[in-house]
Design a protein around this ligand. Structure first.
Ligand SMILES: Cc1ncc(COP(=O)(O)OP(=O)(O)O)c(N)n1
Ligand code: TZP
Ligand code: MG
Length: 216
């Protein structure tokens, strides 16, 4: 799937079935896609997350939905699942395995890597990441083991050190604070709660699209 990665990062929805409180994940995802989400990451983990065949069946359903809207489908952490369903890419963090080996296994696919410091970012660029996820920018309840809240500082530091790789901000991001991440150097924002907990996910997504486009 040919795409300008920085543009694809603009409003990056991330969710698993256990993040969607008011509606089924399939409904939330379709509303987010209608609202202009540019990328989706299937992050099925934590309390109540599906496993095994149930997880794969849901992943295939959500992948098909994303492709109806020409939006790439990214798998979180699970390299085997990504390969098995021929997803568009994978996102992994610093503790998710041998990153060089993962890059090898995901050749030809989008690979996103989490980076919390300039050193982690430089290593991820060197091994061939297609984008970096940087955060948590703001406090988040969603990821219990998130690193220290960083504000826009690391984003600014990466750009000040001439890193030009596409960057997406993550952690506690809303339509009200997204401009802080964009002005600090992110190409887009990734969110879980701001869309998955919204009463009206399509409008919540539109608000994020608007916020990001007005921040540039
Ligand atoms: C776009 C994006 N950025 C960062 C993360 C966090 O990944 P990771 O550090 O591996 O943590 P988990 O999401 O696996 O708990 C992400 N998932 N997506
Ligand atoms: C996966 C992840 N990585 C860093 S913070 C975070 C959680 C983001 O969720 P929310 O948008 O609900 O704060
Ligand atoms: Mg991970």
């Amino acid at each position: 799937m040919e795409c300008n990665i920085a543009e694809k990062l603009r409003v990056y929805f991330i969710a698993g079935s256990n993040n969607c409180l008011n509606h089924e994940i399939q409904e939330v995802l379709e509303e987010a896609l209608k609202g202009g989400a540019t990328l989706f990451q299937f992050r099925e983990k934590g309390p109540g997350a599906l496993q095994g065949e149930d997880k794969e069946v849901l992943a295939r359903r959500l992948l098909a939905l994303c492709h109806q809207y020409d939006v790439p489908f990214i798998v979180n952490d699970d390299v085997a699942l990504m390969l098995k369903i021929n997803a568009d890419g994978l996102h992994v963090g610093q503790e998710d395995g041998d990153l060089e080996h993962i890059r090898e296994k995901t050749k030809g696919k989008l690979l996103g890597i989490s980076a919390h410091t300039l050193e982690e970012a430089k290593k991820a660029v060197a091994l061939g990441a297609d984008y970096l996820g940087v955060g948590p920018i703001f406090p988040t309840e969603t990821k219990r083991d998130a690193r220290e809240v960083m504000g826009g500082n690391v984003l600014e530091q990466l750009r000040a050190n001439d890193l030009t790789i596409p960057l997406v901000a993550i952690g506690g991001i809303t339509a009200e604070n997204a401009h802080i991440a964009i002005r600090a150097g992110a190409d887009g924002v990734s969110v879980i709660t701001a869309i998955s907990h919204a009463d009206h996910p399509q409008q919540a997504t539109r608000n994020l699209v608007e916020a990001v486009s007005h921040s540039k």
